[in-house]
Design a protein around this ligand. Structure first.
Ligand SMILES: C[S@@+](CC[C@H](N)C(=O)[O-])C[C@H]1O[C@@H](n2cnc3c(N)ncnc32)[C@H](O)[C@@H]1O
Length: 297
């Protein structure tokens, strides 16, 4: 049997296309607030970011089936020296909406990965107390549960396609609360260039661990389309929301879209009136900020 995938270009604070209780797992990485490299000025202020997360939490409570999970890949964001507690705030907002805090996994990146700055360099310049600023090499995967899950009676024949490969599970150390996974390298010319995509291995593990074949996965902040791609490869259906219309060709390429697919898989792409051309807008803003900084230096 083929899978279906629905991609909606529009604001995910309203997921009207999804019927109540019809999603079995949410995997996402929300925009990193106003992170200087990726999303400068995307939100007016931190409260506006939190308002979006509140609206998304409300929709997640509605669309997730009972007992199913919402997984957020995210990290606190530092802007001009101030650290915003994104992880704690998303957790609190989800719990206020009625979710249970089930688990937290640390996604550890290779040590050579330090994208923004080597903060620890300060200690090298000043080898004295109070100059310690660690380099960040991890993100968190927050796992929240929508009420109680009723475990089905396992029928080995029916459930065979969804059985976890225990060799892969053990060899990859999936059983630990720290997952060592290489990040998507920020190489020029990559399909995901400038998108802050997560590696396929993250949705791959979460989808295998928390859904059965034929069930439905949602990513409200789809970016380059990683979750849809992996859901399709694993025989799951999907919904994806993305506000930025300019990501459409990237998403279509990544998910292997074809209006006449050679497989039984089907795709539906909708553009809502609230979609925007976000990338051009934000890139313009970065350029303007850089020229102001240059002028002032
Ligand atoms: C961190 S990226 C997601 C990357 C994705 N996990 C991947 O692997 O490519 C966050 C995405 O959320 C999108 N976004 C921001 N605000 C949104 C909103 N209100 N509704 C839908 N998408 C939004 C951004 O345009 C961006 O592409």
């Amino acid at each position: 049997m083929g899978t279906w995938h629905k991609i909606i270009f529009g604001d995910c604070k309203d997921m009207r296309e999804i019927p109540d209780g019809s999603v079995h797992l949410m995997v996402t990485s929300p925009p990193y607030f106003n992170a200087p490299f990726d999303y400068p000025g995307l939100f007016k202020d931190y409260d506006e970011f939190l308002d979006l997360m509140r609206a998304v939490a409300k929709e997640l409570r509605r669309v997730l089936a009972p007992g199913r999970l919402a997984c957020f890949v995210t990290q606190d964001v530092r802007i001009k020296g101030k650290l915003y507690p994104v992880v704690a705030d998303i957790n609190r907002i989800m719990m206020e909406e009625g979710f249970t805090y089930r688990d937290r996994i640390i996604w550890r990146k290779p040590e050579g990965y330090i994208r923004i700055s080597r903060r620890s360099g300060v200690q090298i310049q000043h080898p004295y107390p109070m100059y310690f600023y660690p380099d960040n090499i991890f993100e968190e995967i927050l796992i929240l549960q929508n009420g109680k899950y009723r475990y089905p009676k396992i029928n080995p024949d029916k459930f065979k396609p969804s059985k976890i490969d225990m060799r892969e599970f053990n060899e990859g150390k999936w059983y630990l609360s720290v997952w060592d996974i290489t990040n998507v390298l920020p190489l020029k010319g990559r399909l995901e260039e400038g998108i802050a995509a997560f590696p396929e291995e993250i949705p791959r593990r979460l989808i295998k661990l928390f859904t059965f074949v034929g069930e439905t996965v949602l990513d409200p902040f789809l970016g380059s389309g990683t979750t849809t791609k992996v859901a399709r490869l694993l025989g799951r259906n999907s919904y994806g929301y993305e506000i930025d219309l300019e990501l459409k060709p990237i998403i279509l390429e990544k998910i292997g879209y074809s209006p006449h697919p050679l497989t039984d898989d089907s795709f539906e792409i909708c553009e809502r009136a609230d979609a925007r051309k976000l990338r051009t807008f934000l890139q313009g803003r970065i350029k303007r900020q850089k020229s102001v900084t240059k002028k002032n230096s």
